[in-house]
Design a protein around this ligand. Structure first.
Ligand code: B3K
Ligand code: ZN
Length: 842
C-alpha cells in the first residue's frame, strides 16, 4: 500500500462540479450492482478525476458514447478521463460486495442489514465519484432489493416505491439539499420503527423515525426525546431550525465508531442510540443523549456548512462537540458535565498531544485521514471554540455564529472562514486563536503569586514543548477564568476572565489580606496549569469554591501530588470529611465525582520516563485503602441513607446510584465481608443496570463467594442483549487480577466476535483500564489484534495499536521489549502503517 503524504498546502479546487447524481443500487445476495449517472460541469482546467476503490467496472458511457479502455486510465484508486468536455453526462456500472466487506466502510452487510459509512472516503467504494467534501450535489437514489428486506431508505424525501418481479421491490429517494458524497447514506433491511413528530420554529412538521430491530424499539424512546430536545435547543441557542420534512436514525450493531450524521438519515452504533435503565448504564444513557444531539447539530455545523477538505475536519467536529457539550450541560449538572468532559480531555487528548501521535487540531499533512478522527481534532477542537465563546460572552458569541451561518450556508469552508465570520459578527478580532488550530502540544501555564502591602499579584508565563514537525511556535491567547477568596470567611471577593496572550504578564489586585486564588475555573483553557498552591489552599478550595468544577479540580490536583509526589494524604481526607456529608444530600452527582481518584492510566500518562505501572498501582491502592479506612462508617451510613428510587430527577437518582456503588466499593476495601451480602442483595433486587453492574463489579473484582453465581446469572439474563453483554465482557476483562488466561477465556467465548467492534472494544477496553496488565500480557494482545485487523478492519486496528503509543516512557527492560515487538511488525494498511511509523518515530 502506498504511503503518500497529502499536504494542506497542495489543496486545489476540483476541476469538475457535479450538478446532479442519480444512483441505482441493486442489492443481491452475493453482489450489489451500482449504476450511476453524474451530470458534471467543468470549473477549472484539469483532468476529470473520479475516485474509486474495490469497484468492478462493468461499463462507462460519456455523453452517450461507450468508452473503451484506451479512453481512460484506471488504477486501484482512481479513474481518470483525459480531454473531458465542459459538460458531461457520465454513466457507469460497477459491481461491489457488501456481503464480504469487513472494513465497515462504504456499503456493508451487518447481519441482516445493509448500511453505509462514507465519511471520510467510503463513497468511492460504492461508485466512481469526485469523492471529496468540496463537491456538493443533489442526490437521487433508487434502492432495490428482495422483499425480505422491507425497509429501503436513502437521504431526503421518498418519491416513489413499488414492487418488481421475482419477489423484489424498490424505493426512490431524493435529497433536495446539495451535499458532499460523505453524507450519502442508504439502508436496506428488516427493521421496526419508532415514530414521532416535531414542529420547528418555522412551522415545518417533521416526521421523526428511529429504526431498530423489533425488540429494541422500546429502548429508542430516550433517544427520541433527546432528538426533540436537541431540535428545540438548536433553535433557542443558535437560531437553527431543521430543514427537511423527515429525520431518520438507524441503529446498527456493527459500526466502527459512535454514529454518523448523514443528511436526514443518521446511522448509529446501537451503543449510542439504545438507552434503557434495565439494559444500559446511566453513563450510556447520558452518552446516547449527547451523541443524538451531536449528530443532529451536525446538520448545521458540518452538513449545511461543510469542510473544504479533510484538513478542516476540526471545523465541523470541534464546533459540534462544543455544541453537544453545551447541550449536555443544560441537561444535567453543568459542573458535572464539565468534569466529565475535562476528564476525557485529560485522559485522552493530553497524552496524545504529549506523545508521538501529537498533531495540531488542524494538521497540515496526513497519510490516512481516518487516523485523524482523534481526541485532538474533536476534544481540543471543542476547547478552542469554548475559549472563544467564554471570551465573547453569550450575546457576542451568538452574533458571531449568526454571521457564520449567513455567510457560509451551503458552502464548503475552512477554519479561517469560521474565525473571520465569528470575528466580524462579534466585533472582536479572534485571529490569534488560529494558532490554537495550527500548533500541536498542550501549553504549560506557569503562574506565581506574590502578596506585598495590600497588593496581590499573579504572574503568568506560557511555554510549548518544541516540536520538529511544527517549528515557530507562537504564544497563544489563553482565557484564564479565576476567583479570589477571603481566607477567613471563605467568601468569594472577586471573579473575572483574564485574557493572557503574551509570553509573560502580571496582573494585580488591591486586597486587605492575602486571598486564596482559584485559577482556570471551568477549565477555561486546555493547558497544564502549574501553580504553587499549598496543600491547605487546595483543601480550602475543596471546601469553599462555589464553582463545582474547580472544587473537583482541587481534589484532583491534591491527589496527583499525593500519588506522584508523595504528599501527605491528611489535608485531602479532612477536606472530604468536611465537605461530603452535606454534599451527598444536596448534590449527590457532584459528590460522586468528588470521590474520583485519577486512574492508573491517567497517572501513568503524567510520567515521561522510567514509568513502572506496578509502582503507580501500589501507591494508588495504598491511597484507596487509607481513604476507605479514614472515612470510617461514612460509607455504610451513606449507603443506607440513599434511595435513588425516591428521586424524581434523573440526574439526582443517577448521582445516588453512583454514590451507592462507590460506598459498596469502599466498604469492600475496608475488608468488611458483610458488604458482599449487601452487594448480592443489590444485584438481585434491582432492575437498573447501573445498580446491577455496580454490585456485580464489587462481587467479581473481590472474588466474593457469590462471584461465579452472578457471572453466570448475568450471562443468562442478558445473553441476547449485545450491549449488556458487552458490559459483562468489559468488567471481567477489567478486573485488576485478570490474567492472560482471563482474557483468553473471554476472547475464546462463543459470544466473542471479531467482526463486531463493540465486542472487541469491550474486552480490549476492559484490559486497557489496567496498565499493569496492558504492559505485561496485554502487549501481545494489542499487537495480535491490530495485525489481524490490519486487513479486516484497519480503522479499528489502527486505534487499538495506539494503546501502546507510550511504550517509550516505560522503564527498561520493558521499553526495549515493546519497542522490539513493534519494530518487527509489517502492517499492510495505510492506517496501521502510519500509526506504527509515528509511534516509532520518537
Ligand atoms: N462524523 C462522524 C465520524 C466519522 C468517522 C470516520 N472514521 C461522526 C461524528 O463525529 O459525528
Ligand atoms: Zn461529529
Amino acid at each position: 500500500m502506498s504511503q503518500e503524504t497529502v499536504y494542506l498546502k497542495d489543496y486545489k479546487k476540483p476541476s469538475f462540479l457535479v450538478d446532479s447524481v442519480y444512483l441505482d443500487i441493486q442489492v443481491h445476495q452475493d453482489h450489489t450492482i451500482v449504476d450511476a449517472v453524474l451530470e458534471m460541469t467543468r470549473q477549472t482546467a484539469g483532468e476529470l478525476v473520479l475516485l474509486g476503490r474495490d469497484l468492478e467496472l462493468k461499463h462507462i458511457t460519456l455523453n452517450g458514447t461507450l468508452l473503451n479502455e484506451q479512453d481512460y486510465q484506471l488504477d486501484s484508486e482512481q479513474l481518470v478521463i483525459h480531454n473531458a468536455p465542459e459538460q458531461i453526462k457520465l454513466q457507469t456500472q460497477v459491481v461491489i460486495h457488501p456481503e464480504t466487506n469487513t472494513m465497515l466502510e462504504g456499503l456493508y452487510q451487518a447481519g441482516d442489514l445493509f448500511v453505509t459509512q462514507n465519511e471520510p472516503e467510503g463513497f468511492r467504494k460504492i461508485t466512481f465519484y469526485p469523492d471529496r467534501p468540496d463537491v456538493l450535489s443533489v442526490f437521487t437514489t433508487r434502492v432495490e432489493a428482495d422483499k425480505k428486506y422491507p425497509v429501503l431508505l436513502a437521504n431526503g424525501n421518498l418519491l416513489e416505491k413499488g414492487d418488481l418481479d421475482n419477489g423484489r421491490h424498490y424505493a426512490i429517494w431524493q435529497d433536495p439539499t446539495k451535499k458532499p458524497s460523505y453524507l450519502f447514506a442508504c439502508v436496506i433491511g428488516d427493521l421496526a420503527v419508532l415514530k414521532d413528530r416535531y414542529v420547528t420554529s418555522e412551522g415545518r412538521d417533521v416526521a421523526l423515525e428511529i429504526y431498530a430491530i423489533e425488540k429494541d424499539i422500546p429502548k429508542c424512546k430516550i433517544a427520541m426525546q433527546a432528538l426533540k430536545h436537541s431540535m428545540r435547543w438548536d433553535e433557542e441557542h443558535y437560531g437553527r431550525p431543521y430543514d427537511l420534512d423527515n429525520y431518520m436514525i438507524v441503529a446498527v450493531s456493527q459500526f466502527n465508531m459512535g454514529a454518523m450524521e448523514n443528511k436526514g438519515l443518521n446511522i448509529f452504533n446501537t451503543s449510542c442510540v439504545l438507552a434503557d435503565e434495565e439494559y444500559t448504564t446511566d453513563a450510556a444513557i447520558m452518552r446516547v443523549q449527547s451523541v443524538i444531539a451531536h449528530e443532529y447539530f451536525h446538520n448545521w455545523t458540518g452538513n449545511r456548512i461543510t469542510c473544504r477538505d479533510w484538513f478542516q475536519l476540526c471545523l465541523k467536529e470541534g464546533l459540534t462537540v462544543f455544541r453537544d457539550q453545551s447541550f449536555s450541560e443544560d441537561l444535567q449538572s453543568a459542573a458535572v458535565q464539565r468534569i466529565d468532559d475535562v476528564s476525557v480531555l485529560k485522559a485522552h487528548q493530553f497524552p496524545e498531544d504529549a506523545g508521538p501521535l501529537s498533531h495540531p487540531p488542524r494538521p497540515d499533512h496526513f497519510v490516512e485521514i481516518n487516523n485523524f478522527y482523534t481526541a485532538t481534532v474533536y476534544e481540543k477542537g471543542a476547547e478552542i471554540n469554548r475559549m472563544m465563546a467564554t471570551l465573547l460572552g453569550k450575546e457576542k458569541y451568538r452574533l458571531g455564529t449568526d454571521e457564520y451561518f449567513s455567510r457560509h450556508d451551503g458552502q464548503a469552508v475552512t477554519v479561517e472562514d469560521w474565525i473571520n465570520a465569528l470575528s466580524a459578527g462579534s466585533g472582536t478580532d479572534l485571529s490569534a486563536f488560529l494558532r490554537w488550530y495550527n500548533q500541536p502540544g498542550t501549553p504549560k501555564l506557569e503562574v506565581t503569586s506574590e502578596y506585598v502591602d495590600g497588593k496581590y499579584s499573579l504572574t503568568f508565563k506560557q511555554s510549548l514543548k518544541a516540536n520538529n514537525k511544527y517549528p515557530n511556535l507562537q504564544a497563544l491567547p489563553i482565557p484564564v477564568a479565576f476567583a479570589l477568596f477571603d481566607p477567613l470567611t471563605g467568601q468569594e471577593i472577586n471573579s473575572d476572565v483574564y485574557l493572557f496572550d503574551q509570553e509573560q504578564a502580571t496582573i494585580s489586585f488591591d486586597v486587605v489580606q492575602k486571598p486564596v486564588v482559584s485559577l482556570l475555573r471551568n477549565f477555561s483553557a486546555p493547558v497544564n496549569l502549574e501553580f504553587d498552591y499549598s496543600d491547605d489552599e487546595l483543601a480550602f478550595l475543596i471546601e469553599h469554591e462555589t464553582n463545582g468544577f474547580n472544587q473537583w479540580q482541587a481534589t484532583q490536583t491534591l491527589l496527583e501530588r499525593i500519588l506522584l509526589k508523595d504528599h501527605a494524604v491528611t489535608p485531602y481526607i479532612n477536606a472530604l470529611k468536611r465537605t461530603l456529608p452535606n454534599m451527598v444530600k444536596q448534590d449527590p452527582l457532584l459528590a460522586s465525582r468528588l470521590l474520583d481518584v485519577p486512574s492508573e492510566g491517567y497517572l501513568g500518562s503524567r510520567i515521561d520516563e522510567n514509568y513502572e505501572p506496578e509502582i503507580i498501582q501500589e501507591k494508588r491502592n495504598a491511597l484507596l485503602s487509607a481513604l476507605a479506612r479514614e472515612m470510617g462508617s461514612f460509607w455504610k451510613e451513606t449507603y443506607q441513607a440513599l434511595d435513588p428510587a425516591l428521586q424524581n430527577e434523573f440526574s439526582q437518582a443517577m448521582g445516588e446510584r453512583a454514590l451507592k456503588n462507590i460506598m459498596l466499593t469502599n466498604m469492600a476495601r475496608q475488608g468488611d465481608t458483610a458488604v458482599f451480602d449487601l452487594a448480592y442483595q443489590q444485584y438481585r433486587s434491582t432492575n437498573n443496570m447501573s445498580e446491577r453492574l455496580g454490585a456485580f463489579k464489587v462481587l467479581v473484582w473481590n472474588d466474593a463467594p457469590q462471584a461465579q453465581e452472578v457471572i453466570e446469572d448475568f450471562y443468562n439474563r442478558f445473553k441476547d442483549e449485545p450491549l449488556s453483554l458487552d458490559q459483562w465482557f468489559m468488567l471481567q476483562a477489567a478486573q485488576p487480577n485478570a490474567t492472560a488466561q482471563t482474557i483468553q477465556q473471554l476472547t475464546q467465548h462463543s459470544d466473542y466476535d471479531l467482526g463486531t467492534p463493540n465486542r472487541i472494544r469491550a474486552v480490549s477496553g476492559g484490559l486497557n483500564s489496567n496498565p499493569v496488565n496492558t504492559w505485561s500480557f496485554g502487549v501481545q494482545h494489542f499487537i495480535d489484534l491490530a495485525m489481524y485487523l490490519d486487513e479486516k478492519n484497519p480503522i479499528v486496528g489502527s486505534r487499538l495499536l495506539q494503546v501502546l503509543s507510550r511504550w517509550y516512557t516505560l522503564a527498561e527492560p520493558k521499553r526495549t521489549e515493546v519497542k522490539n515487538a513493534l519494530t518487527q511488525l509489517q502492517p499492510k494498511s495505510k492506517n496501521v502503517s502510519e500509526t506504527l511509523n509515528s509511534m516509532l518515530a520518537v
